[in-house]
Write a protein that binds this ligand. Structure first.
Ligand code: TXA
Ligand code: MG
Length: 312
């Protein structure tokens, strides 16, 4: 299959409307989209990504008026989160309408909904004239793509179109909050932080690593974010390094490394991490040393991704 590369949101939307798969940028990571009401197109996402069929997708909207197409009801808490964080890097999980095909939600009666704030994403979604089902636009198990080149690396020849935008600003996937249970529960940490959500809904909980219920957020049980290299978490005062090693973090390390990325802030570190993992794989690095960061704010989301990448 030829993959069309374009900078035109209108052209990309035309391809989606004809049943095609289109990768598009958002403020978090690139997504791989299909018309959510087109069951056949949705099933093509699973095969293009080699995604396990039990991992549900997020529906992307450009306007709140599209919410009733997807959600049976917007609970009071869900409404508060929409009010506070839409558009932006937050996904709410609600009970789904009959219209949403079961393959999009991997058999669940709930659906994740997100309204990106990214200009090109919004222009694309508006032109699609339908909510768009989209997981991250990587081959399953690989780091999420933060550039259109990373999308092409994984999916060129497997999808219909890539809408080319800039490198993504945030670099980590959206915060996912389950609003279908009694107390809102964070299923995945992201750049909308636990602290920010608690300001809106003080009862909000975070699903703990131990208590993670695979039936609730199927994506959590799958291997994620992992480069081919081994990932080791270190703190700056430790001794580490060696042949074929790379380092990413905030503090300049003592050893020598084939590849080294010193970031100014935790936010920069978050933006760079997935592309750095990919660059290490291109250069056949064997071990990636990642400096740990404080487990608060976006640092908590970054630590979540680093911990998963290191767990192999
Ligand atoms: O930032 C993002 O969220 C990006 C961009 C493209 O929007 N998308 C993304 O999609 O990261 P994906 O499929 O890679 O991750 C979706 C996560 C998975 O962990 C999945 O299990 C969870 O959201 N999820 C989706 N629908 C769900 C549902 N109905 N119930 C519980 N978890 C759900
Ligand atoms: Mg993903």
């Amino acid at each position: 299959m030829d993959t069309i590369l374009t900078r035109s949101a209108a052209e990309a939307a035309q391809i989606l409307k004809r049943g095609g798969l289109v990768a598009f940028p958002t403020e978090t990571v690139y997504g791989l989209g299909a018309n959510i009401f087109d069951e056949k197109a949705v099933s093509k996402i699973f095969s293009a990504k080699r995604r396990p069929a039990d991992n549900p997708m997020i529906a992307h909207i450009f306007d709140r008026s599209q919410l009733p197409l997807l959600a049976k009801e917007i609970s009071r808490d869900a409404g508060r989160l929409v009010e506070a964080f839409f558009p932006g890097p937050l996904t709410i999980v609600c009970r789904k309408t009959e219209r949403v095909p079961m393959n999009a939600t991997a058999g669940l009666e709930t659906i994740g909904i997100r309204m990106p704030s990214h200009d090109l994403a919004r222009e694309f979604l508006k032109n699609c004239e339908t909510p768009v089902a989209a997981p991250s636009a990587n081959l399953s198990g690989r780091p999420s793509p933060t550039t259109w080149r990373a999308v092409a690396e994984d999916l060129q020849g497997r999808i219909d179109c890539i809408l080319q935008g800039d490198a993504t600003e945030i670099g980590l996937e959206s915060t996912v909050v389950d609003c279908a249970s009694t107390v809102p529960t964070i299923l995945r940490l992201g750049s909308v932080t636990f602290e920010q959500i608690r300001e809106v809904i003080p009862e909000t909980e975070v699903v703990s690593e131990v208590l993670k219920d695979p039936a609730k957020s199927p994506g959590l049980k799958h291997k994620h974010y992992a480069p081919s290299a081994a990932v080791k978490l270190v703190s700056a005062n430790e001794n580490f390094g060696g042949e074929n090693a790379a380092f990413i973090g905030i503090t300049e390390p003592a050893g020598t490394f084939v590849l080294k990325r010193i970031c100014d802030t935790t936010q920069d570190y978050s933006r760079e991490i997935f592309e750095f993992f990919r660059e290490c794989d291109r250069q056949k690095i064997k071990t990636i040393y990642c400096e740990t960061v404080e487990n608060t704010g976006i640092g908590a989301a970054l630590m979540d991704r680093l911990t998963r990448a290191a767990k192999r």
